[in-house]
Design a protein around this ligand. Structure first.
Ligand code: CTP
Ligand SMILES: C[C@](O)(CO)[C@H](O)COP(=O)(O)O
Length: 259
């Protein structure tokens, strides 16, 4: 049972990336995972969570195959009573989110932004984000504690040969570090304001933006953190896809996969 008023929540799924690091030669959202493309898993995960009144998907412009996949997913969403909207994505992730935000239906109060590249995200994560929004957060992200030791580095040359390497300049305390995931949840007006503010960023600042929470941080607003999930990992490299395939075949198989 969903913990939120899904009558006012839209979920934006960004699926317009090219998937260079996965290296399949087709947009990543179309790459098969088991019997279905990554995007289908992401959409079905949202439907399973039962938190959305609308799903708005950003896909690469002129991708007829993904548009066809979206027609099938739209029919499934309609059966669940969820409005399904497809928009052309932009040149980077932020632009894809902005394009989708423009199509969010009137009356929507909260929005979650989710990566199509996180196909196995459990319902519990959507529900934790939704619960924090309901409890008054205007921005909330799921995250995990980091397990590696993280160093900050800068370019350096070896003393004898001058070979170019990097050297360590610091070791931030792991207690304060978190690895951030999606879905990231927001009050809709706040996220729209954050994206409008981002239009004033210079090119270098804009190029450092990797998630929506950073845009809300730039407004000076609080961003709250809820527990993420190891199952929500992002399919970025071929090894990630292997792990996702193994999860589909094993006891960690998500409940929306038939059979
Ligand atoms: N112009 C873009 C770039 C990325 N994304 C989406 O943002 C999410 C996270 O991006 P990432 O995993 O980096 O995907 P790609 O950009 O496709 O990967 P790569 O950097 O390897 O090309 C993905 O669901 C991707 O489809 C998007 O909608 N529009
Ligand atoms: C939004 C995100 O998935 C949070 O971890 C991540 O920042 C996306 O980064 P990418 O470089 O587009 O993969």
């Amino acid at each position: 049972m969903s913990e939120v008023d899904n009558g006012s929540c839209a979920v934006v799924i960004v699926a317009a990336g090219s998937g260079q690091r996965l290296g399949h030669g087709v947009p990543k959202a179309r790459v098969p995972l088991g019997r279905e493309p990554l995007l289908a898993h992401a959409v079905k995960g949202v439907l399973k969570a039962g938190i959305a009144a609308q799903i708005c998907v950003a896909i690469p412009a002129d991708d007829a195959e993904l548009a066809e996949i979206c027609r099938g997913l739209g029919a499934e969403a309609a059966t669940a009573g969820v409005k399904f909207t497809v928009v052309d994505g932009g040149a980077d992730r932020s632009a894809s989110v902005a394009a989708a935000l423009a199509e969010v239906a009137d009356g929507t109060t909260t929005v979650m932004v989710h990566d199509a590249a996180r196909p196995l995200t459990p319902s519990g994560v959507f529900n934790r984000v939704a619960a924090a929004l309901r409890d008054g957060a205007t921005a909330v992200i799921p995250a995990l504690a980091v397990t590696d030791t993280i160093k900050t580095v800068q370019p350096a040359n070896l003393p004898r040969t001058g070979a170019g390497l990097e050297k360590v300049v610091g070791t931030p305390s792991r207690d304060q570090l978190r690895a951030v995931q999606t879905p990231q949840g927001f009050d809709l007006a706040t996220l729209r304001r954050a994206h409008e503010n981002a239009l004033t960023f210079d090119a270098e600042t804009a190029s450092r933006i990797t998630d929506d929470a950073m845009l809300v941080e730039a407004l000076g607003d609080e961003v709250y953190v809820v527990q993420g999930s190891t199952h929500s990992f992002k399919v970025t490299t071929p090894m990630d896809l292997l792990l996702a395939e193994a999860m589909l075949e094993g006891p960690l198989r998500p409940r929306w996969v038939e059979g």
